[in-house]
Design a protein around this ligand. Structure first.
Ligand SMILES: [Zn+2]
Ligand SMILES: [Zn+2]
Length: 77
C-alpha cells in the first residue's frame, strides 16, 4: 500500500493525504510540486525516476489506513 509520506522530502512542507500538490516516484519518494518544478528533467534526486501526482486517498479511508508516521526529511543539497 502507498505510504502517503506526510511531508516533502526536500523542503519539509506538509503534504496531507488530500494534498493535490504531492508528487511521488516509483519508490514513493515524496516531494511537493514546487520542489519537483525545480528538479532537472522531472527526475527524482534519490533514484533518478520520474514523478507522478500522488493519488488522493478518500477521506473516509484515511482513518482506517492512515498516512505513515515516518518522516524522511532529506534535503537535496
Ligand atoms: Zn518541497
Ligand atoms: Zn525516488
Amino acid at each position: 500500500m502507498l505510504e502517503l509520506r506526510p511531508t516533502c522530502e526536500n523542503c519539509n512542507k506538509l503534504l496531507p493525504p488530500e494534498s493535490a500538490e504531492a508528487l511521488i516516484c516509483s519508490f514513493e519518494c515524496t516531494f511537493c510540486s514546487d520542489c519537483v518544478a525545480k528538479l532537472p528533467g522531472n527526475a527524482c534526486p534519490n533514484c533518478g525516476g520520474n514523478f507522478e501526482k500522488r493519488p488522493v486517498r478518500p477521506s473516509q479511508l484515511v482513518t482506517k489506513y492512515p498516512p505513515t508516521e515516518v518522516v524522511t526529511f532529506k534535503p537535496i543539497s
